[in-house]
Design a protein around this ligand. Sequence first.
Ligand code: CA
Length: 217
Amino acid sequence: MRILVVEDEPDLQRVVAAALREADYAVDTADDGEEGLYKAQTWDYDAIVLDVMLPKRDGWSLLAALREAKTTPVLMLTARDAVNDRVRGLDLGADDYLVKPFELSELTARLRALIRRSKGQPRPVIDIGEVRIDTASKSVTIRGVPVALTAKEYSLLEILTLHRGVLVTRTMIYDHLFDENDESLSNLVDVYVSNIRRKLGHDLITTRRGHGYIIED
Ligand code: CA
């Protein structure tokens, strides 16, 4: 999963990005509203963390422009006691908000819930045959036995699971698994898939040669 953080306060941007990377998200950052809008329109992020007060273009203006084309889940960061700010953000199409200052654990929990809902998956636990994926604890079991996946293996499995029944192209996988600073080779995806199959069974993920991968519904 890949998240864009639009926040002009350097310390807060750094802390939020670090917490999200710690939670195994790929993270891009933007320092102002123009850069944020450009990135939000260019990439299909799984969610956007959007500050309201930003240089060049404020969070509301960014959100209004984004909503003309995209439904990317947006969590807005608003000032304390600014009820009008929150109402305005929700009316413009924000999906959730947090009041500054906030706990990082609440931010990551809200983002997890936001991303699940946006993929039509309100429950955190998903069963595919004998494989159970818990998107809250990011853990996987098969027939009740815990299976250790690396962060990238888990992220790839989660992307395919949340889109199950739908072909996920290699480009989509690459865009959601890696951030703008990552220079990993795209053939790593094949390695992750083969590792997941070795750990969870060969039949879980189907290859559509030349197109991508699918977990059948
Ligand atoms: Ca700000």
